[in-house]
Design a binder for this molecule. Structure first.
Ligand SMILES: Nc1nc2c(ncn2[C@@H]2O[C@@H]3COP(=O)(O)O[C@H]4[C@@H](O)[C@H](n5cnc6c(=O)[nH]c(N)nc65)O[C@@H]4COP(=O)(O)O[C@H]3[C@H]2O)c(=O)[nH]1
Length: 922
């Protein structure tokens, strides 16, 4: 009996000991986790109240917390950033962290990569400590379903929420962690309903917990890590099952007792004891499975067995004595049972009590520390009217306002008001205090040193047990830096990030203002649309970086070309708008336009390439061409487009007729797409006459469009459009093949020396397979290469000389002839001319037209001819209409002519008739 009683007692002691140890672990871990959640709330509160702390403020606040709670791996702040704000945000952060950019974790990858574009990002903006957590900085977590799920849960409940265990960017491959997340709302408010919470959400703060380390550190700080004979498994999730296992510590196997060896081993081993306790931490269920391994029966019952042995011997000494002993042991057993039960209850109560008291103490201490450590000013005011004097201010108050606690206590908060404080804002505070309710207002106060102090002021009544308002608690959040940041953002939002000029959005605003002034002062206002010619060419051949540099250069030059009061904006791409206000006369001095064009035309050197850019300029005038900004820009655009059509590098003033043309352009664009399939194109040929022999030696193929409704459409009306839409490639290919086929027919028909020239557009010139496609056409049609002449415009080649020389060399290798069309109209550089492997110079018809009446044109024409001779090039004049022009050209030694004087462009059959006439000019 003694044995049984003692054995029970021992049994109870063992299980009590196990429960105590298990309970202690569960309690320690739960408390540690609750602390982590609480401390994260303190950080959240800090962040929300400061509104927008600096990195230093955030670091200073979190550093002591991280030291005190070593199991928190990091505190971080996530901020929503829209795609539109991304460049500004990245640029701002790069100030502190060069190379900063928003990153993302690609599927299955460990290293973060630049985040692909999406409407908005939730970016890890701050993280403390930075060492060890670098990988998380800048990370866009909005694509992480678990994190967004926890944020959603926190928004729904209004309380911190935990993610399930995750693999985090900054963790090693075997580490798992979780985030306790709490939202931050605009203006630091704490909205009470879910809708408002969603509307005001600007980001969140989180505590980063690494699970394995967390459990170890919690147990370690309670001195429980050394206990090896207790096993611990922790699961986070709905069930305590394998996939949710986050921590595992197996107990050390038990030594077998010598008695176990003596008796039959195995049978005397007791089963392991296991207990599972579950609790909830920020919305995630934690299960703690605590176990001890199988134990030797003798390990815990050594005493009882000894007693059994002694008992057997004693029984031999006297049954009577045994009976008495047995009675007594029965009483002992009862007593032990009662005591054990009492002990258990007391232990449980004590444990609950300690737990509650510790939690309360910690919460109180934390609150006090939070108030003292808060980066925001917190004040306690007396509820005594009329002054509501200050009774307490925390240290941050002195930091923020410059006034010490002694200077502030006993005064009314009015002492912070200053010259420009908003009296109405203050009045709302007094009214709220009189009505004993909460109130929130943004105030402009003044620092002791006289500087401006923007603050978000929040005040709430404090009631005693009887409900009487005895005090007010006020928080004063310094939002001066946020105001500055807002102002900076506003500035950035109005700027074009590439060039620093004002952007499209701000342009509208400027234009409206300028129109208002012009209207009041009865003055004119000019809207100038500037579009770079062939910018696409630079972008395609030299790359986007070079394109960007070019745009920045041009932007700077445009800014310098106008007055301070004029506006220069970038609309996007290569389009710029200038507003030239306060013009007294209703006509614009065209010298200002020339200055703009000259500014663009000065050579630009980019990566070893010298570019000669030109621009097309369109001008619309207030009030004649429109009275609102949108119309003026539209009309200036139409005028600019007209400039492009009339050969680029010029300016055009808007006329209502241009509007018609713009509409027509829209109309024909649709038809142009089908014209090739419908076989609506045909070629006309204009003869080229050799002045020495008087014979037709070649032809220029010129496209015509037989439109079903509009009749014959001139290329001047659709070639530009075809270039813009890319249709020029199939159309150009068709022209080349048709012209070569036709020319070969004439050659086979007896005119073996006849050649054909074909115009090549920019788009074709830039085609990668230009040379091979021309070679194919020559082979297919059988036309000898020297019978084909390609006409290229001067400005096309001058845009990027080096690139052009490369392409021309490739063409030259084929054996075709190359000619520069419209020579003399672009910003030519004669120095480069030598380097172009060309055969022919074609004098533009604008010079030829006036050679007999304009001395300048005559001189230019004569010098082009002499230049061509010097360079051993053939020279041809186009647009020859009169005998006088012919005489002049002949006199100066022009080789060939082309023009109405001899024949306009004609269909192929007509051209053949001309060929048959043999010698046509004397
Ligand atoms: N005032 C006057 N004009 C004369 C005289 N002789 C010829 N012309 C016109 O001058 C233009 C010469 O062609 P272009 O300068 O290459 O200028 C061409 C060329 O740049 C372009 N173009 C025509 N066909 C093609 C083509 O197949 N491909 C490409 N890329 N462009 C083409 O369209 C422009 C205009 O072509 P067209 O209307 O055919 O206009 C032709 C021609 O009809 C004259 O004595 N006086």
């Amino acid at each position: 009996t003694v044995f049984v009683a003692t054995s029970h007692l021992e049994e109870d002691a063992v299980s009590l000991d196990f429960e105590r140890r298990a309970g202690l672990r569960a309690f320690t871990i739960q408390r540690g986790l609750e602390e982590a959640v609480q401390v994260q709330s303190v950080v959240n509160h800090f962040y929300a109240t400061v509104g927008d702390p600096t990195r230093d403020q955030f670091e200073n606040f979190t550093r002591p917390l991280l030291e005190r709670y070593p199991y928190v791996r990091a505190f971080s702040v996530q901020r929503f950033v829209s795609d539109e704000d991304r460049p500004v945000f990245e640029a701002l952060r790069q100030g502190a962290r060069p190379g900063f950019q928003i990153t993302a974790l690609a599927e299955g990858k460990v290293e973060p990569v630049p985040a692909p574009q999406q409407p908005s990002y939730l970016v890890v903006d701050f993280i403390e400590p930075v060492p060890g957590n670098e990988a998380a900085l800048g990370l866009d977590v909005s694509r992480n379903a678990e994190i967004m799920g926890a944020l959603g849960a926190a928004l729904a409940s209004g309380r911190p929420a935990s993610t399930p265990p995750l693999r985090l960017a900054q963790f090693g491959p075997d580490e798992r962690g979780l985030l306790v997340i709490q939202p931050v709302y605009r203006g630091g408010v704490q909205p009470t309903d879910q809708l408002a919470r969603r509307a005001l959400l600007v980001g969140d703060t989180s505590a980063v917990l690494e699970l394995n380390g967390l459990v170890r550190k919690i147990l370690d700080s309670a001195g429980l890590m050394a206990d090896h004979d207790i096993g611990l498994r922790i699961y986070v999730g709905a069930q305590a099952e394998g996939r949710n296992l986050v921590y595992r510590h197996d107990s050390a196997p038990q030594e077998a007792h010598w008695l176990d060896h003596l008796l039959k081993p195995g049978t005397l081993f007791r089963h392991p004891s296991t207990t599972v306790s579950s609790f909830d931490i920020a919305g995630q269920t934690w299960h703690l499975e605590i176990s001890v391994p199988p134990r030797s029966l003798f390990a815990d019952h050594y005493g009882s067995l000894l007693i059994l042995l002694v008992g057997v011997i004693a029984s031999l000494l006297g049954a009577a004595y045994m009976r008495a002993l047995s009675m007594r042991s029965h009483r002992i057993q009862q007593l032990v049972e009662e005591r054990t039960a009492e002990l258990r209850t007391t232990n449980a109560l004590l444990s609950d009590d300690i737990k509650a008291r510790r939690l309360a103490e910690r919460a109180l201490r934390l609150r006090h520390q939070a108030i003292e450590a808060s980066a925001n000013a917190i004040l306690i005011l007396s509820a005594q009217e009329p002054d509501y004097t200050i009774e307490y201010v925390n240290p941050a108050f002195a930091r923020i306002t410059g006034y010490s606690s002694t200077e502030a206590v006993g005064k009314s908060i009015r002492f912070l008001e200053g010259r420009d404080s908003d009296p109405e804002g203050f009045e709302t505070v007094w009214i709220a205090m009189r009505e004993q309710r909460e109130h929130n207002v943004v105030l402009r106060n003044y620092h002791k040193d006289g500087s401006e102090l923007w603050n978000d002021f929040y005040i709430a009544p404090v009631r005693d047990e009887s409900g009487e308002v005895t005090h007010f608690v006020a928080a004063l959040y310094d939002i001066t830096s946020m105001k500055r940041y807002e102002a900076e953002l506003e500035f950035q939002a109005s700027r074009d990030t590439l060039t620093g000029l004002i952007n499209r959005h701000m342009l509208r605003h400027h234009l409206e203002q300028a129109i208002g002034v012009a209207e009041r002062q009865k003055q004119a206002l000019w809207v100038v649309f500037v579009d770079l010619d062939r910018f696409k060419f630079v972008n395609d051949t030299l790359g986007h970086k070079a394109g960007d540099t070019l745009l920045r250069t041009v932007a700077g030059r445009l800014r310098a070309a106008v007055r301070e009061a004029d506006t220069v904006a970038r609309l996007g791409g290569d389009e710029f708008i200038m507003i030239l206000p306060e013009q007294d006369e209703l006509t614009l001095d065209t010298r200002s336009l020339q200055r703009i064009m000259d500014a663009v035309a000065a050579p630009v050197t980019l990566g070893g390439h010298t570019l000669f850019m030109t621009c097309s300029v369109g001008v619309a005038c207030y009030p004649n061409d429109g009275t609102d900004g949108e119309t003026l820009i539209k009309h200036a655009d139409i005028a600019m487009y007209r400039g492009k059509q009339t050969g680029r590098n010029n300016f055009q003033f808007y006329t209502p007729a241009m509007n018609e043309q713009a509409l027509e352009r829209l109309r024909i664009e649709g038809d142009l797409r089908n014209a090739l399939d419908h076989g609506e194109f045909l070629l006309h040929y204009q003869p080229k006459v050799d002045l020495a022999s008087g014979r037709v030696i070649g032809s220029e193929a010129l496209i015509r469009w037989q439109h079903p409704q509009l009749g014959m459409v001139s290329p001047a009306r659709f070639i530009g459009l075809a270039e813009e839409t890319g249709l020029i490639l199939p159309i150009g290919a068709w022209v080349l093949r048709a012209a070569c086929t036709q020319c070969r027919q004439w050659q086979l028909g007896g005119y073996a020396d006849i050649s054909v020239s074909v115009n090549l557009s920019v788009g074709q010139f830039l085609q990668k397979d230009l040379v091979s496609s021309i070679a194919d056409v020559l082979e297919d049609t059988g036309l000898p290469p020297e019978s084909l002449e390609l006409e290229l415009t001067e400005s096309l080649m001058m845009t990027d000389v080096e690139h052009a020389i490369g392409i021309l060399a490739g063409l030259k290798k084929l054996g075709v002839r190359l000619s520069i069309d419209d020579f003399g109209t672009g910003y030519s550089s004669l120095a480069y001319l030598k380097r172009f492997p060309i055969d022919v110079l074609k004098i533009d018809r604008s010079f030829v037209r006036d050679i007999t009446i304009d001395a300048d044109d005559a001189a230019i024409t004569a010098s082009i001819i002499s230049l061509a001779r010097h360079l051993k090039l053939r020279v041809i004049a186009e647009g020859v209409e009169t005998d006088e022009q012919l005489d002049y050209l002949r006199h100066y030694g022009c080789d060939e002519i082309q023009g109405y004087l001899f024949s306009p462009p004609v269909p192929a059959d007509k051209f053949e008739q001309i060929l048959r006439q043999d010698r046509v000019m004397t």
